[in-house]
Design a protein around this ligand. Structure first.
Ligand code: SF4
Length: 412
C-alpha cells in the first residue's frame, strides 16, 4: 500500500475495499491511479501562496508529508496542505524532460480521472483533515480545451455538490481559450501557467509542440487581465525548469524581471533540472540544487528587498551564472567600500548590509530615534545577525577590517 493509499484508507476505512490481485479500490476508484497521478506532479512547485481568503483556524489540519500532498504557506506564514494531482497523465506534447511526454521511452500506464472521481477523492481527504486545498494540473489530450473542461467540471462538482471551500491552485494548460481561463478564475484562488524556460529559443530545444508566445505568454496575459479585475484572490505564478537547456542564470533573471513587471506575477518558482529515466534527457547531468537556492535568493533581493536590476547584475559572473554564495553578501563585498553607520544610514542603505533584513532595518530606524547605537549587542537585540553584518558596519567609530569581511565570505 503506498503512502497516499494509506491516508485514504485511514480517512475512509468503512468505504475501503481491498481487492487483492485485482488492485485496491476506494469507492469504485483504483488507488493506483490516485498514486500515479499524485506522483506525476512532483516537479510542480507551489511552496508559497498569498491568498486573501481567510481559512477558519478551527479547521486546522494535521501535518502529513506524503506523495500527492504538498504544503504551501499563506502570506501570514500559515501552512496549507494541498492534494496535488494531475487530472490525466496522457499528454500529446513532446517536452523532453517530462515523463508524460510522447517521447517517453518506457512503458507506462495511462490514467485519467472522471471529474466525479477526482471530486470524491479530494473531498474525502478534505473531510479527513489531511488537506485544505487542491492543486490541479494535467497532461493535455489532443485538445487543451477539452481537458480543461473536465478539470473545470471537477471544480464545479467540488463546489456545488460537496460545498468545498478549500484553497484551489489551478494550472492553466498551454494554449487554452480565454473563456476557460475566466471560468477557472471564478472558482480558483490562484492560476499559473508554467513558462519552463526563459525564452522561445530555449523552449524550442525542449519541445516542438509548444509555442512560447502563443501558448504561454498570451495565456499569462489573459490571467493578468483577470487579476486586474480583482477576479483572482491569490493572483498568478509560474515555474521554470533550471538548467535543462544550457540557459544561464542571467537569462533566467531577465525573463523573471519581465514576469514580475509585465505580467504582475506574485511569485516565480524555480525547479532545478533532474533527469527522469526514460525521457529524452535521461543522460543529461542533474543541476546542483544550490543553483535553485541562489536563484530564490536573487528573486528575494528583487521582490522583497527592492534591489535594482543594476545591483543584482553584480552577482552574475561574465558568463551569466551565479556562484554558490549568498548573492546579497557577494553584492555587499563588491559595493560597500566603507562601513555603514547604523546611526546615520537610511532604511535602504541598512537593507544592503548582510545580516540586516526588512524587519531589523525598520527596528533600527525606529530605535535610533531615541537611542544611539554604540555596540553590537544593541543591534543583536534588534534582530540583526551581527556575525554577517559586523564586517560591513561602522559602530561607534570602529570599522572592522577587510580580512574579517573575507573570512565572513568564506564561511557562508
Ligand atoms: S505539456 Fe506538460 S505534461 Fe505534457 S509533456 Fe509537456 S510538461 Fe509534460
Amino acid at each position: 500500500m503506498t503512502s497516499l493509499e494509506k491516508i485514504i484508507h485511514l480517512t475512509t476505512q468503512s468505504e475501503y475495499d481491498c481487492m487483492g490481485d485485482e488492485g485496491r479500490i476506494f469507492d469504485g476508484i483504483d488507488l493506483s491511479k490516485v498514486d500515479v497521478l499524485g506522483q506525476g506532479t512532483k516537479h510542480d512547485i507551489c511552496t508559497s501562496s498569498s491568498t486573501k481568503r481567510i481559512v477558519n483556524q478551527n479547521e486546522a489540519l494535521g501535518y502529513v508529508t506524503r506523495s500527492g500532498i504538498c504544503h504551501s504557506f499563506t502570506a501570514n506564514g500559515r501552512c496549507v496542505s494541498m492534494f496535488k494531482t494531475l487530472f490525466t497523465n496522457y499528454c500529446t506534447h513532446d517536452c523532453k524532460y517530462c515523463q508524460n511526454s510522447t517521447e517517453f521511452k518506457r512503458n507506462k500506464t495511462i490514467y485519467s480521472y472522471t471529474p466525479e472521481e477526482l471530486a470524491r477523492i479530494t473531498i474525502s481527504l478534505y473531510k479527513g483533515n489531511y488537506i485544505e486545498g487542491l492543486f490541479l494540473s494535467s497532461g493535455i489530450s489532443s485538445d487543451e480545451n477539452l481537458t480543461t473542461e473536465k478539470m473545470l467540471e471537477t471544480l464545479k462538482i467540488l463546489k456545488e455538490k460537496y460545498n468545498f471551500a478549500g484553497y484551489i491552485h489551478f494550472k492553466v494548460l498551454p494554449g487554452v481559450s480565454y473563456e476557460y481561463i475566466k471560468q477557472a478564475s471564478e472558482m480558483a484562488d490562484r492560476l499559473s501557467v508554467n513558462i519552463e524556460t526563459p525564452s522561445n529559443n530555449y523552449l524550442s530545444e525542449l519541445s516542438s509542440t509548444k509555442n512560447y508566445v502563443k501558448d504561454i505568454l498570451k495565456r499569462q496575459y489573459y490571467i493578468k487581465k483577470l487579476e486586474i479585475k480583482k477576479e483572482l484572490p491569490a493572483g498568478q505564478t509560474t515555474q521554470l525548469v533550471v538548467g535543462a537547456c544550457g540557459e544561464s542564470d542571467f537569462d533566467i533573471f531577465k525573463r523573471v524581471l519581465k514576469e514580475y513587471e509585465e505580467m504582475m506575477l506574485k511569485r516565480v518558482y524555480y525547479s532545478v533540472f533532474n533527469p527522469v529515466p526514460g525521457t529524452s534527457l535521461e543522460d543529461i547531468n542533474a543541476q546542483p540544487t544550490w543553483r535553485e537556492h541562489r536563484l530564490y535568493q536573487m528573486d528575494w533581493l528583487y521582490r522583497v528587498y527592492s534591489f535594482s536590476e543594476k545591483e543584482i547584475k553584480i552577482a552574475f559572473d561574465e558568463e551569466g551564472f551565479l556562484n554558490n554564495k549568498d548573492p546579497k553578501l557577494y553584492i555587499a563585498l563588491n559595493t560597500l567600500d566603507s562601513g555603514v553607520d547604523p546611526n546615520e544610514a537610511s532604511y535602504d542603505e541598512l537593507l544592503r548590509v548582510p545580516g540586516i533584513g526588512p524587519k531589523s532595518a525598520y527596528r533600527i530606524v525606529n530605535y535610533r530615534k531615541k537611542n544611539k547605537i554604540y555596540k553590537r549587542e544593541q543591534l543583536q537585540n534588534l534582530g540583526v545577525r551581527t556575525k554577517n553584518a559586523t564586517p560591513f558596519l561602522k559602530i561607534n567609530g570602529t570599522e572592522y577590517s577587510r580580512i574579517d569581511r573575507w573570512i565572513e565570505c568564506q564561511t557562508q
